[in-house]
Design a protein around this ligand. Structure first.
Ligand code: FES
Ligand code: FES
Length: 202
């Protein structure tokens, strides 16, 4: 297909509008959005600049701090590294989409209960990442510190070492790490893993 040539309506994937922009549809926090975007637009900029969802933060914009973490198809990802055009048809959940009405997600509640933040800039990314961690552990994904003797595919117990390792991509310049670990451990015990695994934004 040459640049500028449109696709038939029933074709999958984004629809090129011209050589620089395409029309795509994403479901964000359960709401479908169809937008025409420059191909260089990241998912983070789509959320913040086009949809007004400013929960995900721009820290480094280089995949190094985790402040922009969201869930894509239920799995955590650094949204600053994702081109929106590559996620046509996908479901994205941001921190704004975690609560069930007035009832906070167990991880949000745990962060409050443990006072696991200071300035709060990293907190949306920490919480979204922790939702992903709990789902990954429940689904048996090993980490670097998971014992070699662990049964393949079995749920992984979230020890403090497991939480620290799995959350190591989320930096906190305020140094709230000890309480973040406590909050994630609390949520693991109270069953947030089940809730987390079900987060799809749909
Ligand atoms: S802003 Fe995406 S990892 Fe830092
Ligand atoms: S609470 Fe300030 S950066 Fe983490």
């Amino acid at each position: 297909m040459t640049p500028g040539e449109g696709r038939p309506d029933d074709a999958g994937g984004p629809h090129p509008v011209n050589g620089r922009r395409s029309e795509l549809t994403l479901t964000v926090n359960g709401t479908r959005h169809t937008l025409t975007l420059d191909h260089r637009t990241t998912v983070l900029d789509l959320l913040r600049e086009h949809l007004g969802l400013t929960g995900a933060k721009k820290g480094c914009d280089h995949g190094q701090c985790g402040a922009c973490t969201v869930l894509v198809e239920g799995r955590r990802a650094n949204s600053c590294l994702l081109l929106a055009v590559a996620h046509d048809g996908h479901r994205i959940t941001t921190v704004e989409g975690l609560a069930d009405g007035e009832r906070l997600h167990p991880l949000q509640q745990a962060f409050l209960d443990r006072d696991a933040l200071q300035c709060g800039y990293c907190t949306p990314g920490q919480i979204c990442s922790a939702v992903g961690v709990l789902a990954e552990a429940a689904d048996g994904f090993p980490s670097l510190v998971t014992p070699d003797t662990a049964r393949s595919g079995a749920p992984v117990a979230l020890t403090a070492d497991e939480i620290r390792e799995r959350m190591s991509g989320n930096l906190c310049r305020c140094g709230a790490y000890p309480r973040i670990v406590e909050a994630v451990a609390d949520a693991a015990v109270t069953g947030a893993a089940v809730t987390g695994a079900g987060v799809t934004g749909g």
